[in-house]
Design a protein around this ligand. Structure first.
Ligand code: GRF
Length: 199
């Protein structure tokens, strides 16, 4: 059984879906939720689910390295072996990447490498794309980049709004992220030459 930490800045619906899905799983459990935003609804969710959370605000630290070192201290206390970014609105820096090589996952609401960035759902609509989707990937030093683990596509309907599309994307996310986490926890993911092999 590995301990995982979920990092959130906002709503935390993926955090909740991951925690719920792992409740009856023997391969991993959510040991900690790391949050950088005191207003995040994810903090309320962690309280309700009785999952330990820590609020670490970037503005309290001189630089990114000190901010990440404080996060690392908290992760070590909980013996965290996997980090799952779930709506964490920061680029991960060298301190965390070095301590957790190929042990940080992210979920993105588009089929990477299409529609990177914080507005992926709206950007796909504006581009009049016919299809978009969800990607779970390992995190590297670039934003929304790194070896892809799982992807699932969905059709954009003519009458979709940002809200209706976001709702269907979130439904997929809530299935796909736990699936990728279980693959990791069961030792089924290997990164070879920048590509993920699933055994
Ligand atoms: C998700 O759409 C995820 O793909 C993106 O941020 C959003 C987080 O939503 N990285 P929530 O906070 O998990 O509800």
């Amino acid at each position: 059984m590995i301990n995982i930490a979920v990092f959130c800045s906002g709503n935390g619906s993926n955090f909740q879906a991951i925690a719920d899905s792992l409740k009856h799983d023997s391969s991993a459990k959510v040991a900690l939720m790391v949050c950088d935003n005191p207003e995040a609804f994810a903090l309320e969710r962690s309280g309700k689910m009785s999952i330990k959370s820590v609020l670490i605000e970037r503005k309290r630290f001189k630089n990114k390295e000190e901010f990440e070192n404080e996060i690392i201290k908290n992760l070590r206390q909980e013996n965290v072996e996997l980090i799952c970014l779930a709506g964490f609105m920061r680029i991960i820096g060298p301190a965390l990447l070095k301590k957790y090589p190929n042990k940080i996952l992210n979920i993105h609401p588009a089929l990477l490498p299409a529609f990177k960035g914080a507005h992926a759902i709206g950007d796909a609509l504006k581009a009049r794309a016919l299809t978009t989707g969800v990607t779970v990937h390992f995190v590297d030093e670039q934003m929304d980049h790194g070896p892809i683990i799982l992807q699932q596509s969905l059709e954009i309907k003519d009458d979709d709004t940002e809200d209706s599309l976001a709702e269907r994307i979130h439904q997929i996310e809530h299935q796909l992220y736990p699936e990728a986490i279980k693959l990791f926890a069961e030792g089924k993911l290997k990164v070879e030459g920048g590509k993920v092999k699933i055994s």
